[in-house]
Design a protein around this ligand. Structure first.
Ligand code: 3H9
Length: 710
């Protein structure tokens, strides 16, 4: 086995080179830290060595502490990790200059390591950051104390509290980087190290110039807290990170590190951090499909076509164009095509205004989208995404046409959000090439992509779609074929309960407020208004014949639709909307719902926010348990990643299944059993939930057990 850390010298033997080699991202496991410490000591004692270069092997410098270790620490299985902070002091105190050479990422502990070195040089593509807050923790090895000393308070607070990385160029301007090398980084770093041997050593921890607090600086922390409370609502780590940086202005470096340590440990042992770390690994796990080996052949996808230039089709075309794919965009007639292109242009324009893209970038993206009214050029493309109106007959017509026009081997994907992918595939002579790619609206913004596996979908087609998802910046999650797939199937009961609660007397604003306070990006009523209440209304009408007689069904939303209140698009739904689409509570709706409920004989009562949350979230969990047992979702984590990326579920709660595990499945099951007794059939506990609750197990354990069996 290769050593995790290698010590060598350059050809003149006066510069030692310490290379961290812990693929894939050189995470600082306790063994790496131990070996770096040994190498530093050895190089320090070598009388021939006048300077040291620290570099990472492979694709990156160091992506941070080894996140896997955190779980071992919080579960009491490991006490290691305490050697890192002393190593940083050791490096800083060395009488020989230590130059760190950064390529790829210097994240978290990687940046903390770099800041303890005396000089930093980098390749221009390097990125530096303290992204710990995204894992629910804060920098834990002096990052909150050294960073403000190098970049100043304002930037340090921003980097530690928001977790966004900066480029090497920005780092250079801020004083975090000493030099950038376009060419070979190692030789540049070695030459630089030799150049600085004669200079006096400067320790970052002793540079207090940038910490001087002026009247204005004091406000930095207040406004950072204010921003954190709105932009990272509900999250504890950003506030802790701000406290830790603020400590650097009030006390010595050593005392500041102690404050940081205390806050770091509080965060590390919090439920939020456990949930966020679970989500970090979950996002990577969903890319792994048990029955599709890593080496599965991929279909080369160099060009795509999108059928339908409506809201979804246009957004999907943008997604591909932004990622470098030439896109054919097809509509049925010129006015529809012009309308679709107009929307795309307006969307791009607003991205330029918001500073997300430059005009040059947008010109390039637009040049990749080729409008068309025919299927004439479809024979050339490698993948088609159909995004026409949601109706089976129309979808089948389009797929029969695609079968006729596309080359063999091309991927034929449908953006359906509810329809049966096998039935759509049956309109072709090649169901093995047909698959669902369910984008979420707005497609160019939402990260989630549900990839729907049809009965006949080939493994190569699935593996390619998962890879395409990554290429276009989406989190692809493979799901099975059923009505609504995973996300929308669960969302049905969730929104059903919201309506029931309104019909039983909860106010519309109280329902939304309770779920917003739970952490959802939006309450269920406001979400309905945003998506359009008519969408669900149409689907319910189509499937009414499948409803069991005698089982309670919500009616308020259908009645609102009958009154022409479709939500934001008609200026009124559960709420009223002004020009800026700002929701205003509508007392008339509230009165109407009460009147309808009384007429239907539904007793009115006060409903607590706890009940609102339990009924809504447990409705998700119960349906999720069915989906899991049926194998529609491969693992509990797949459901969670869908909810975190497509439905505004708070990341610090890990997703509905993880959340249920933390509440305890026994508690969740008992509550659902109560609801079953009170509200009947629709609350029948999922058999899997019952079983796991009785066995004292979690959804996560169930998924692990399944993996072992497979
Ligand atoms: C920290 O540093 C705390 C400090 O203050 C110290 C306190 C004492 N550890 O994402 P990818 C794995 S906290 C362990 O697919 P990419 C990842 O799971 C840390 N494993 O690649 C995956 O494994 P697999 C602060 C890690 O190129 C593989 O590496 N740092 C770690 O798309 C490839 O990853 C962060 O929060 C890790 N630190 O993106 C940075 N990082 O192949 C977290 C990655 O088995 N990492 N892995 O699925 C990232 O943001 C991205 O991984 C990165 C590369 C941008 C680096």
């Amino acid at each position: 086995m290769e050593h995790l850390v290698q010590l060598s010298t350059d050809q003149y033997k006066d510069v030692a080179i310490i290379t961290i080699n812990n693929p894939p991202v050189n995470a600082l496991s306790p063994s790496v830290v131990h070996d770096v410490a040994k190498a530093i000591e050895q190089a320090g004692q070598d009388s021939e060595v006048r300077a040291i270069v620290l570099i990472g092997a492979g694709r990156t410098f160091v992506a941070g502490a080894d996140i896997k270790e955190f779980g071992k620490i919080t579960s009491g299985k490991s006490e290691r990790g305490a050697e890192f902070l002393p190593l940083l002091f050791k490096i800083e105190d060395l009488p020989k200059p230590v130059v760190v050479a950064i390529h790829g990422n210097a994240f978290g502990g990687g940046l903390e390591l770099a800041m303890a070195c005396h000089y930093r040089v980098a390749a221009p593509n390097a990125q530096l950051g303290q992204p710990e807050v995204k894992l629910g923790i804060i920098p834990g090895a002096g990052g909150t104390q050294r960073l403000p000393r190098l970049v100043g308070l304002v930037k340090a607070v921003e980097m530690c509290a928001e977790g966004k990385p900066i480029t090497a160029w920005e780092a250079k301007q801020l004083g975090l980087m000493d030099r950038l090398f376009e060419g070979d980084l190692l030789s540049g770093a070695v030459a630089f190290a030799r150049e600085v041997t004669a200079k006096p050593i400067v320790k970052t921890r002793e540079c207090d110039d940038k910490l001087k607090i002026s009247g204005q600086d004091a406000a930095v922390f207040d406004s950072a807290r204010e921003k954190a409370r709105t932009k990272q609502r509900g999250m504890k780590a950003p506030l802790a990170a701000i406290d830790a940086v603020e400590a650097s202005t009030r006390m010595s470096f050593e005392e500041g590190c102690q404050v940081e340590q205390k806050l770091f440990r509080e965060c590390l042992f919090s439920d939020q951090s456990k949930a966020l770390i679970y989500a970090f690994f979950g996002e990577r796990e969903v890319a792994k499909i048990p029955d599709i080996p890593k080496e599965t052949c991929l279909i080369p996808v160099k060009s795509v076509a999108v059928v339908g230039a409506g809201t979804m089709g246009g957004g999907i075309a943008m997604v591909f164009a932004n990622a470098g794919f030439p896109v054919l965009l097809k509509e049925v007639d010129q006015p529809a095509l012009d309308h679709g292109l107009g929307t795309i242009q307006r969307n791009y324009l607003s991205s330029v205004k918001r500073g997300r893209f430059t005009q040059e970038m947008v010109d390039e993206y637009l040049s990749r989208i080729k409008p068309t009214l025919t299927y004439d050029e479809f024979g050339e493309v490698d993948m088609v995404v159909e995004a026409v109106f949601e109706g089976m007959a129309l979808k089948k017509e389009v797929f029969a046409q695609l079968d006729h026009s596309c080359k063999r081997g091309a991927i034929l994907a449908s953006n359906t959000s509810t329809l049966n992918i096998d039935e759509i595939a049956s309109a072709t002579t090649r169901p093995e090439s047909v698959i669902g790619t369910h984008f979420f609206s707005p497609a160019n913004v939402m990260r989630l992509l549900e990839i729907v596996r049809g009965r006949a979908s080939r493994k190569e087609v699935i593996a390619t779609c998962m890879q395409v998802a990554k290429k276009v910046g989406k989190v692809g999650v493979l799901v099975g074929n059923c009505r609504g797939f995973v996300g929308n199937r669960m969302f049905g009961p969730y929104r059903r309960e919201a309506q029931f609660l309104a019909e039983e007397g909860a106010s519309i604003t109280a329902i939304d407020r309770a779920l917003y306070d739970f952490g959802m990006a939006m309450g269920p009523m406001a979400t309905g208004d945003l998506a359009g209440l008519d969408v669900g209304w149409r689907i319910r009408k189509e499937y009414r014949h499948l409803e069991k007689p005698g089982v309670r069904q919500p009616f308020a939303e259908d009645r609102l639709c009958e009154l022409g209140r479709y939500g934001q698009k008609t200026g009124a739904g559960w709420y009223q909307y002004d020009e800026s689409r700002c929701a205003v509570p509508d007392p008339e709706v509230q009165d109407l719902v009460h009147k309808w409920a009384r007429e239907a004989g539904i007793p009115q009562r006060n409903i607590s926010s706890d009940e609102i949350v339990e009924r809504s979230i447990y409705a998700l969990v119960n349906e999720g348990a069915r989906i899991l047992e049926e194998g529609i979702a491969q693992r509990a984590v797949d459901i969670d990643i869908i909810y975190l990326n497509g439905y505004g579920f708070p990341s610090y709660r890990g997703g509905p299944m993880w959340y249920a595990d933390t509440v305890g499945l026994k508690n969740v099951y008992e509550r659902i059993r109560d609801f079953h007794h009170q509200y009947g059939e629709l609350w029948k506990p999922a058999p899997l939930l019952k079983r796991l609750a009785e066995d004292g197990k979690t959804f996560a354990q169930f998924s692990q057990d399944q993996a072992v069996v497979a």
